[in-house]
Design a protein around this ligand. Structure first.
Ligand SMILES: *Cc1c(COP(=O)(O)O)cnc(C)c1O
Length: 392
């Protein structure tokens, strides 16, 4: 009998300990964890540097109100701005909070320049921006919004097609009262679908032309996951607002909204707030994570691991053409689109001590820690090979 509400369909397994890429059950059974809390533990489990940081900071100071100066937060915000397009940062506790705050920044910007009616946000239908009331209506997915009426207004939806043209109805959906386009640079829950660089450039061009804002949700694909610090970097596109979360805390809940100078004018004292957001314990951890992950050598290594893994995964696809339909993704945000049933495949991988997780469109999502070792990738490939041969 469980007293937890039944809003999750949990696997019948629990873990007592983790180290790097591995998780251990109470009986000492070892699993290769390529879920990592859904792209959260970017440095694996119990990373020694993070353990040290949390130990040291927990003896000093955990939480103070945002009514006071928080030097650890100042430090992290400075690093985030110096390494990216951003001029200002606002800290939150989760991805949904960060995307909602991003929407608030966009609306408040137009309010502050005397255009309060410019407040609608254009999103991709069936994308994912979190599970709060506004965020579910932003994604517009029937599954997530069902039973949660009344509908939160203020969101319009465009289609994103894998086949050309990519945004078939974009122009007609931008109205006089549209404030921003908000999309995930790589759709995570939606099935690991990348928005190609040329499409990102096109979005930026249209936003500039229509004088609206571009919000790129990098909650899942950001913070090194794509092989660059941000997934949009390789396109050279500069967004106006970027919500992040998942990876930035390395397993500790942190969210943030990065914004440029132009849009930050709306964030006047009292315009937004969060009790927990940006507290000293969270910020100390965020500082350690970013020092490691934003390092060029570290990111080069993510790209190297990625290149190797994709090469081998594509061999696997060739070897099992009736099972694997497509290898998707970038960096260490990887999707295997199957012909066979996704659930059965994930279960079989788990029986063979490899943990993965589903995404939409019958995709198996693979999210190794960013510091994954080559022999761990090899181990995963061997397990996948075995499972494919069993399913053939
Ligand atoms: C996970 C995710 C969110 C929501 O994050 P939570 O921390 O679960 O609220 C928002 N956007 C994207 C792209 C995500 O992957």
């Amino acid at each position: 009998m469980s007293y937890l509400a039944k809003n999750y369909n949990r696997k019948k397994i629990s873990f007592v300990r983790g180290k790097g890429s591995y998780l251990y059950t109470a009986n000492g059974i070892k699993y290769l964890d390529f879920v990592q809390g859904i792209a959260v533990n970017c440095l694996g489990h119990a990373n020694p540097k993070l353990v040290k940081t949390i130990k040291n900071q927990s003896k000093k100071l955990w939480h103070v109100s945002n009514a006071f100066q928080i030097p650890e937060g100042e430090k992290l915000a400075k690093k985030l701005c110096q390494k990216t397009f951003a001029n200002y940062v606002m800290f939150q506790n989760s991805g949904a909070e960060a995307t909602e705050a991003a929407i608030k920044v966009a609306r408040r910007y137009f309010y502050s320049i005397g255009k309060p009616n410019k407040n609608r946000i254009l999103c991709i239908k069936n994308s994912f921006h979190g599970r709060t009331i506004a965020a579910i209506f932003a994604s517009g997915s029937k599954k997530m919004t069902e039973g949660y009426g009344p509908k939160v207004s203020g969101f319009d939806h465009i289609k994103f097609k894998d086949s050309k043209p990519r945004f078939p109805n974009l122009r007609s959906k931008i109205k006089k009262n549209t404030a921003a386009i908000m999309v995930e640079t790589i759709l995570g829950e939606g099935g690991i679908k990348q928005i190609p660089d040329k499409c990102l450039k096109y979005l930026r061009k249209i936003c500039d032309k229509k004088k609206i804002l571009l919000i790129l949700d990098e909650v899942q694909c950001g913070v090194g996951r794509s092989g660059n610090f941000f997934a949009f970097e390789q396109s050279k596109v500069k967004p106006d607002i970027v919500p992040i979360a998942k990876g930035i805390g390395g397993g500790f809940p942190i969210g943030a909204v990065l914004m440029n100078k132009k849009v930050a004018v709306g964030m006047t004292p009292g315009a937004h707030g969060s009790t927990f957001g940006g507290n000293p314990l969270a910020m100390a951890i965020g500082n350690t994570v970013i020092d490691i992950v934003s390092n060029k050598k570290f990111l080069n290594n993510v790209q190297k691991s990625s290149k190797y893994f994709f090469l081998k995964l594509n061999y696997l696809k060739k070897k099992y053409p009736t099972i694997i339909k497509e290898i998707r993704g970038r960096g260490l945000l990887i999707g295997i689109k199957l012909y066979k049933d996704q659930g059965k495949f994930i279960k079989k991988l788990m029986d063979n001590k490899l943990l993965t997780i589903r995404a939409a469109e019958n995709v198996v999502r693979i999210l190794p820690p960013l510091n994954v070792k080559k022999n761990e990738l090899d181990q995963a490939l061997k397990i996948m090979d075995r499972v494919c041969s069993e399913l053939k």
